[in-house]
Design a protein around this ligand. Sequence first.
Ligand SMILES: O=C[C@H](O)[C@H](O)[C@H](O)COP(=O)(O)O
Length: 234
Amino acid sequence: MDKVESAKKAAAFRAVDNHIKDAHRVGIGSGSTVVYAVERLAQRVHKEGLKVTCVPTSFQARQLIVNNNLILSDLEITPQLDVAIDGADEADNKLTLIKGGGGCQLQEKIVAAAANLFVVIADYRKNSRVLGEQWTKGVPIEVLPMAYRPVQMKIESKLGGKAILRQAKAKAGPVVTDNGNFVLDWVFDRTHDWQQVNQEIMMIPGVVETGLFVNMAKIAYFGMEDGTVKELQV
Ligand SMILES: O=C[C@H](O)[C@H](O)[C@H](O)COP(=O)(O)O
């Protein structure tokens, strides 16, 4: 396993070991780091007999839960969660996050907001001082397909930078999210007040959700290059 994968695994295992207890209702994030969190959760359920109910943040997360024989629920049946564990594309030193590199930001934000504790797991490449330091692909913004062009123009004229319609890799045309929407990747050209910018973007008709997570994460585990795990609490 290479350094980055080992770092993801170490962070995910630590978070599951520190925060998941018997009878917990757990939000399961999306992406490649969460795969290790589910692996650890399944190990613990098997060994310790924990009864844990899992709520997914995407179709990928749902499949991870099902394939690992964990108990699957949703927010209708389980509207309040004890913990949500998720990856991030970048986290600054206040744990403001950019999420949605995999297009899952909408359900991820809803599930994180339903949890008493939102825990981030990531490798050392995601641990930044300020947003944009390491992640250069911008802030993913989920938009209604019919609105993508006016939203794109409004974001660029109000906030600067470029809002790029994300294109699919294995299909012609744009990426379509699990919710049937498009994604604009807003590559910003300066540092902003992220709370204010998030509100401004959310006010544009046609915007469904942004990948800016402000004041949501309380703790992050970063797997480091040397094999240790760095803990950051706010
Ligand atoms: O849409 C995807 C999610 O926000 C992921 O949590 C994020 O992209 C981080 O993914 P990974 O763990 O693969 O770096």
